[in-house]
Design a protein around this ligand. Structure first.
Ligand SMILES: [Zn+2]
Length: 59
């Protein structure tokens, strides 16, 4: 069960085909959210910092 899923960059369909999209023949990429999670983490940590600041101000 180590099938990785790919996503077509043309029609945004998910596929198990590693070469190209079976429905439109477009390029497929593996939708790893590595960059997104870093971005999220940054946002999250600044949000936490803000919460922490608010906490200090109110107490
Ligand atoms: Zn496609």
């Amino acid at each position: 069960m180590t099938k990785s899923i790919f996503k077509c960059i043309e029609c945004s369909k998910y596929t198990l085909n590693t070469e190209k999209c079976p429905s439109c023949g477009g390029r497929v990429v593996s939708p790893r959210p590595a960059k997104f999670s870093i971005e999220k983490e940054k946002k999250y940590s600044s949000y936490r910092r803000q919460l922490f600041k608010n906490d200090l101000n109110t107490s």
